[in-house]
Ligand binder design. Structure first.
Ligand SMILES: NC(=O)c1ccc[n+]([C@@H]2O[C@H](COP(=O)([O-])OP(=O)(O)OC[C@H]3O[C@@H](n4cnc5c(N)ncnc54)[C@H](O)[C@@H]3O)[C@@H](O)[C@H]2O)c1
Length: 308
């Protein structure tokens, strides 16, 4: 019996897009999972069968007493939209930063081996006119970016008691994304409009550049952290490619057979360019074969068509 397989993994944000996918993979690999979500943005139907689920708001300190002891924390719960962070900055701070402080306290009390944290490329902010790496300047321009970098800093100051890995994830896409939420997820926003109507509304310049990473690559890399000896490190979790928004749109229009784009003013706090090399993550996690955007989009499109 593989001892590592007896590990109990805590997945926060388990009813959300990325948390639910990682949780499924953990179950496939026979790990025991405790999942937490307050269902503020996640859906009950996303929660995989076979886990112990607790509906808890992690921004409340009282919640942490209710969570059973686990070995590793996968902390993905949080407010995930840059645009919404301006509508509700205090809620954003509570859901991202206060929740993280509570999870650190939980991790220390329960002597967890490590916390893996879902941070974001938003911590870099602007100017970002060249490829980013983990040493690039930090200058968030959204409330979301501020709450993510603040969470990272709390994690770092407690690292002697609770080791960490921080993933600054770029634009994650793929099946399971919330197709009804038009304020989070560039690929899902455009694809859902193309599937439902005859045009895609685009807020902001078509020349913005993004780094799209498929959900399968993201889950594979999170899984690798369980056995990895790397700790107290920050990684850009990106595909290492960059596409202009107009390139992505063309691919989506070609796939769906739609033709029209309606351009509108950009949203507050939206970075112009955001793409990174993935040298460090590829090297440390021995992960080289990232799904390219054409394969990934086709996969996503096919799964959405099946649901219709
Ligand atoms: N999707 C991306 O491209 C991306 C990129 C970078 C970082 N991230 C981060 O990764 C994480 C997961 O993203 P996602 O796309 O799955 O978002 P999501 O909104 O689908 O999932 C987040 C989940 O956290 C839950 N949640 C929020 N606040 C909570 C709280 N206080 N207590 C308990 N549960 C709470 C929500 O209900 C939701 O189910 C988020 O922290 C997000 O900021 C996502």
């Amino acid at each position: 019996m593989n001892k590592e397989k007896n590990l109990k993994i805590l997945v926060t944000g388990v009813a959300g897009f990325i948390g639910s996918k990682i949780c499924k993979k953990l179950i496939e690999n026979k790990y025991t999972v405790v999942g937490i979500d307050d269902l503020s943005n996640g859906k009950k139907k996303n929660i995989p069968i076979g886990i112990k689920f607790l509906k808890l708001d992690l921004s409340r300190k009282s919640s942490i007493k209710k969570i059973p002891k686990c070995d590793i924390i996968f902390h993905l719960a949080g407010q995930s939209s840059g645009e919404k962070s301006f509508d509700y900055p205090i809620k954003d701070l509570e859901k991202n930063t206060i929740s993280t402080i509570n999870m650190i306290e939980y991790g220390i009390k329960n002597k967890c081996r490590k916390i893996i944290y879902a941070s974001s490329m938003s911590v870099y902010g602007e100017p970002s006119n060249k490829s980013l790496n983990e040493k690039s300047q930090i200058n968030p321009i959204s409330c979301y970016g501020v709450s993510k970098i603040t969470s990272e800093k709390y994690i770092k100051v407690f690292s002697k008691k609770l080791p960490y890995i921080i993933f600054r994830m770029f634009n994650v896409y793929g099946s399971g994304q919330n197709m009804r939420d038009l304020k989070q997820g560039m690929v899902s926003i455009y694809l859902s409009q193309a599937l439902k109507g005859d045009k895609i509304v685009v807020k902001g310049s078509l020349d913005r550049k993004r780094d799209f990473i498929h959900i399968d690559d993201v889950t594979n890399i999170w899984m690798k952290t369980i056995k990895s000896k790397k700790i107290n490190k920050i990684y850009n979790l990106s595909s290492g490619s960059n596409y202009k928004v107009r390139d992505l749109l063309k691919k989506i229009l070609d796939l769906t057979g739609k033709k029209k784009i309606l351009k509108m003013r950009g949203t507050i706090g939206d970075q112009f360019n955001s793409y990174s090399n993935n040298y460090q993550i590829s090297k440390d996690f021995k992960y080289k074969k990232f799904i390219n955007i054409d394969q990934g989009l086709k996969k996503f499109y096919t799964s959405e068509k099946k649901l219709k």
